[in-house]
Design a protein around this ligand. Structure first.
Ligand code: PEP
Ligand code: MG
Length: 312
């Protein structure tokens, strides 16, 4: 019966008491974005631009990058599209951006840190995003930086974005960003929480390791506490907080996240109907009660059991 509900789900998502929740798709290129446009995704919550360049030996020109990004804007005219600047490095090395061998690449020069030695890389990508937006009549597209760890990085990124009429945001995937959330939100217009890396860095557990699955679990109460901090700061600042990590695709965890104050969930497009169906079965009030309970759970198992007992 649940499978049939999922198959016939129409969207847009809302809770049983009618609170809208934006469900968005994660994509890696124009082809995926066009596919997502044929689903109930209300937009793109995470365009992982580095995945468009995994085999690129040389940096594409600004014009070529603009053409590539433009395909994603074109797939969702008049809808939200969040472009992430290159998160090259660690598990996603990009030949033209990552040159050095690193002992601990997940803790190395990845994401926004590439700009330390190659500011031009960031500048040219932002030029290309601005050009792609203009070509597709998108005003002030959402653009976010990955792996931001200091307020100064957020400030500098926001300055660059605003100079090009781009709406700046950051990924919250380093615990530092959640812990100092108010200071970060003073600089940028939105947060998108990357629960994959936020979990990896909070639990000190490699997200690629099959031996560490109990630690690399976004139900870990320590991770949910950091999500809570980011959401509370978002409420104080009146700025939106979304989630774009795998956690958003877990229907029960999605209820926890919106109870914590998250307003949009971005996920693999195939997960959207199952999350939408689950959200339709619960009230916002219930999600808030659950959120309050799980952040006090002793471990991830207890957190999940609380969700099962309160939601199902
Ligand atoms: C994340 O870290 O949760 C995230 C969405 O980014 P990526 O999986 O691309 O590192
Ligand atoms: Mg990440």
């Amino acid at each position: 019966a649940l499978q049939a509900e999922i198959r016939t789900w129409e969207g847009p998502a809302q809770t049983a008491d009618g609170v809208a929740v934006q469900l968005l798709a994660n994509v890696q290129d124009g082809a995926a974005a066009r596919k997502a446009a044929g689903t109930h995704a209300e937009g793109i919550g995470l365009y992982r631009t580095e995945l468009s360049f995994l085999t690129a030996q040389t940096e594409p020109s600004v014009a070529e990058q603009a053409r590539i990004y433009g395909e994603v804007f074109a797939a969702f005219p008049d809808q939200k599209v969040v472009v992430r600047t290159l998160d090259a490095g660690s598990d996603k090395p990009v030949p033209f951006a990552n040159h050095e061998h690193e002992e601990n690449p997940a803790l190395g020069v990845r994401g926004i840190r590439l700009g330390w030695t190659n500011q031009g890389l960031v500048d040219r990508q932002l030029d290309a995003i601005a050009q792609a937006a203009e070509d597709n009549n998108v005003s002030a597209p959402w653009v976010m930086a990955p792996m931001v760890a200091t307020v100064d990085e957020a400030y500098e990124f926001a300055q660059k974005c605003r100079a090009r009429d781009l709406k700046p945001g950051i990924m919250v995937e380093v615990p530092a960003a959640a812990l100092l959330a108010d200071a970060f939100l003073a600089e940028v217009d939105f947060f998108s929480i990357g629960t994959n890396d936020l979990t990896q860095y909070t639990m000190a557990a490699d997200r690629m390791s099959s031996h560490l699955a109990t630690l690399t679990d976004p139900w870990q109460p320590a991770v949910l506490r950091l999500v809570q901090l980011a959401c509370q700061a978002g409420e104080r600042a009146g700025k939106p907080v979304g989630v774009c990590g795998e956690a958003a695709a877990d229907p029960l965890l999605a209820c926890v996240l919106i109870g914590l104050g998250v307003s949009s969930l971005s996920m693999a497009m195939t997960a959207i109907p199952s999350v939408g169906v689950q959200l339709g079965k619960v009230t916002m009030e219930r999600c808030r009660e659950l959120a309050t309970a799980v952040v006090d759970a002793r471990n991830s198992r207890d957190a999940k059991e609380l969700a099962v007992s309160m939601l199902l």
